[in-house]
Design a protein around this ligand. Sequence first.
Ligand SMILES: [Zn+2]
Length: 169
Amino acid sequence: MAALTLGACFPLPGPGDQAFDIRCPVNGTVSFSDDWHAARSGGTLHEGNDVFSARWTPNVAVVDGRIVQRTGTRSGTAVWLYGDDGHDYFYAHFQAWEGVNRTVQAGDVIGYTGNSGDASGTATHTHFEIHPNGGAAVNPYASLSAACTNRKTTGVSSASSTEVGTERE
Ligand SMILES: [Zn+2]
């Protein structure tokens, strides 16, 4: 239960954030950077990282838990994953959900990459947040780097990388 051990610590802000024991949220070719707290319109700060992938790339539960689908003006077609590890995970800007609100296991497909909400007109991506113990968001970059760089690639299509950022509807 490594995730429980990690979650017992209060994470520090900034690039030194701990890596949570998660799967890569996007099951395909991705690109992302440490855009935590980048300035956003309206004077707000970016509360997650944007994981870019081709439209309709499957997004999966990063841990076991329970999902609740949400729709928001900014987040678009979104999902909260309430992890059995005690942490909450948020995915935004889906093209579509997969299935309904339910209990999921890590790796289950929960939606597909898009640019809904205020991501309309931008390159398709998943806005991903981690909320340790259900509290304020922390920088997910260390977790994403660990999970998406050295992951198992079973079932991943390799044909989707070249059109990221250029394809339009
Ligand atoms: Zn974002």
